[in-house]
Design a protein around this ligand. Sequence first.
Ligand code: PBG
Length: 328
Amino acid sequence: MAAYPATRMRRLRQADWTRRMVRETTLTPDDLIWAIVVSESADPRQPVAAMPGADRLSVAETAKAARRARELGIPALALFPHINPAKKDEVGSAGTDPDGLVCQTIKAVKDAAPEVGVMVDVALDPYTTHGHDGVLRDGEILNDDTVARLTDQARAFAEAGADVIAPSDMMDGRIGVLRGMLEDDGFTNTLIMSYAAKYASAFYGPYREAVGSATALQGDKKTYQMDPANIEEALREVELDLEEGADMVMVKPGLAYLDIVHAVKQAFQAPTYAFQVSGEYAMIKAAGANGWIDEDRAILETLMAFRRAGANGVITYFAEHAADMLGA
Ligand code: PBG
């Protein structure tokens, strides 16, 4: 490269048109997956204190959101349930109920906007009295017993019409078992997006309020979710999940883990997603509400950062607003 003044880097930044010409990364509504917490309540929208603007939606309101996603060009929704605490038990029975909240919502969304993909979280934490993602016995989360329950849950979701099964539990071997079940039961087109590198993170706090597992949770999730210090372990997790039959892999949380997103994309060249989780949402909203940052710019800048790091897309509670700003 020629030295200054033959090279003046600012020449390319002088106008909007030059900046657009040399832009290396794109962000469009195609890159967004809209995270929505669904509730059993008939109230169309119920506010979540720690997530202003990301209300829990009723089933009917979620169906409307699906039509809105179609209009905005958002390819898919990711659904998370808030169920009545009275329905929780030790093993998360409500999570495998074929008539349960998630199954009803999948059907309502596919009726309202069949062109929009529906992704569902596979894990037991919204349904267990102890708030863990799996079956708890004598203080231990039992891996294989949990995988068996998750298989029933995923089957119910696939039967209800889910397009993407997204196991967020971090049990070992679950992707292989789920893929085997989907093949055996005739769901050969059902996709799996694995929460492959999911860290034991402080950034899930607001979500646990949103799905009502915060007060329930006993202890922490460090025996199944990953240590934030590790990167090699993330690559091993992703490799296993791809070998076991994941179509897409996810890194979670997002912004604090962009190095992981980048490393995963470089190592495997597989469809790779980042989850901009509830705590990341809450931080941007809180700073925005105080006038400390320009909220809209921060939203678009963080989403672009995920793309620049190598993510094919981002699961985000900001999807509707971001797509609106991007002007589908
Ligand atoms: C649980 C699950 C969590 C999230 C998605 N699925 C929380 C957890 O592992 O405790 C977090 C989502 C968010 O924070 O936005 N299986």
